[in-house]
Each structure stands twice: as C-alpha cells, then as structure tokens.
Design a protein around this ligand. Sequence first.
Ligand code: SF4
Length: 365
Amino acid sequence: MNDILAGFRDPEVARHLVDEIHRIAVEPCTLMEVCGTHTMAIAKHGLRGVMPETIKLLSGPGCPVCVTANPDIDLAIEIARQPGVVLTTFGDMMKVPGSYSSLSAEKAEGRDVRVVYSPLDSLAIAEREPDKQVVFLGVGFETTAPTVALTIREAARRKLSNWSALSLHKTVPGALEVLVNDPEVRVTGFILPGHVSTIIGTAPYEFLAREYGVPGVITGFEPVDVLQGVWMLAQQLAEGRAEIEIAYGRGVHAEGNPSAVAAIEASFVPCDAEWRGIGVIPGTGLALRPEFAGYDARARIPVTVPEPREIKGCQCGDVLRGVVLPFDCKLFGRACTPEHPVGPCMVSSEGSCAAYYRYTDYGKD
Ligand code: SF4
C-alpha cells in the first residue's frame, strides 16, 4: 500500500473518528455527498453502517454520466447516426441508455463510435481521417472541462475543419442550490466533491453557508477522509456554524486552480443544462464561446432528435436527487444489475446503484 495513503485507511484512526461522530451528532441531520467517487467510497467501506442513527447519508447528483439527461444522450446518438461522422467519447458513456438506444448499441449497428482516452485523441483522428467529421462528446463536471476547453482551442489553432465538440459539461454549485431548496431532500450539510473542488476551490460554494446556513466540507476519498468530512460537518452543526471547510488539504487549495478555471472560461460560457431527475438548471451548462461556434457539433451537424421518453420503472432521477436510495428501486438487483443495467446509475462505475450493488447485499436474493 502507498505509505502516504496508509494513514487515511488506518482502522484505529477511523474508529476514533466514528466514536467522535457518535459523541457529537446528537441532533438529526441529513448529509449529502455529491461526488460519485464519494458514493463508491461510502459503499465500499461500509461507512453508512457505522453512522449514528442521527445521521442520514444521502447520495446526490455526483456522477456526470448519470446526470446526463435522455434528450442529450439522444442528441449524441442522432449525431453518431449521420453519414461520415465519427463520434468519440470516454468509455463510460457507451452503455448509458438514452430514450431508445445507447452508443454501444449504435456501434453494434455499424455506426462509427470510438472510445478515446483523451479529447486530444479525437483531434488526431480528425487529422488522420480528413474525409470524416469527428465529434468529441464531452461529459463531466469542472474536473474534465479544462482538458476539453484546451482541446477546442487546439482545434482552432490547427484550423481543423472536420472536428467539433458536443459539450454536455455541467458545473456543480448551481445544482447544490436546487437541492438545498428541495423540500423533499432537506440537506443540512454537504460532503463536497474533492476533484471538482481541486479546480474551483471554496468560493463557488460560499453561498450555501452565507445564504442558506448550510455547511459544506470538501472531502477526500479514503475512508478516513470521508469520516473526517462527516466529523467536521457534525462539529459545525453541533456548534451552530455554517462554513465551507476543507478536509482534503492534500488535494485542494481554497483558491482552486485558477489556470484551469481560466481555461474553462476561455472556451466556454455558462448555459442552461438539463440534469436527469432535477430538470433544467439555469447557468449550469458549458456552451462553446461564440468565437468557437465553428467547433460546436450542434451547429456543425444539425439533427432532429426524437421525442425523449423515460426508462420504464427506473428511479434514477429520484436516486440522483437523493429522495430514494438505490435499493428502494423495485428493479435494483432484480431486473437491473451491472451486467444488465436498466438505468445510467447502474451503468456508470461511479453510479449510486452500481456502487450499492457491488459493495452491499441490499436487493440480492
Ligand atoms: Fe435505475 Fe436500475 Fe438504479 Fe433502478 S436500480 S434506479 S432502474 S439504475
């Protein structure tokens, strides 16, 4: 085991934090994590089971693949269906179901859909295959947006006329504001995402504490990290404080990464975005700036998208809002498994349903 991380997996430290959480969390509270990696860590290390009865842990819309709404997946599929188009994307988008199909099903039908490991790989394809229109499907939060932002600028620098980006990127803070106003959820504290916060720092979350009195702690991904985040939240709540704190000091600085933020701002402008289960949230999408309009796949390859439809019986929307837990869905572990996923939360490696299926016995007969 990496020595640096060993301390963050130390059972003695973890036990001490659990004891402290039990001691100070006397009032009922609802804490939500909004990062798929936290969802996996909480399920993998059984952290839900060691919480006191006063702490309710919810999973929120922290998996960017899962929150991509059906109309956006349908749009990507329609673009992939156009003659001469090569649609490139990261592997985790392939099996995500849209209204009627998925990219992996389209590939099986003969569409040219390719998995890449970096957006720059799609530029290389465009250069190698000038007779094709190469589209990069960009999905992700502030963590992945900088590399796509730089790729857009690189495409412009190389004057590529056969490459474009379909940006389905989303930014996290606006979704937290919707959740904090959701009377069904009633979040009293946020376990804030470590990766996203590496880029944006603490400032974009300050409104939670200032305007809503809801504390947040930016938290890492090892078991001791998560327990420390919960303990710091419990402490704030016990003391009647609401602040944005950092428990993940080895990964996040308060100011974030200004260069990465500048890269995002140089290529993108905020736009409205539809989140699965939540709906359209103003200003939480990232559209290409007008000067890069020629690299926007929506304009380059106009298509007509069929009327979207929901996946029958799937409660991914409610899971992503934190209204229900994965094993509350009637399909969990029965009709819906990682081998035969019905909804995106079971497809993605960071999806709540996949996490709870993989690491717990819930829903398994
Ligand atoms: Fe959707 Fe499957 Fe999760 Fe149910 S168990 S919410 S069908 S992904």
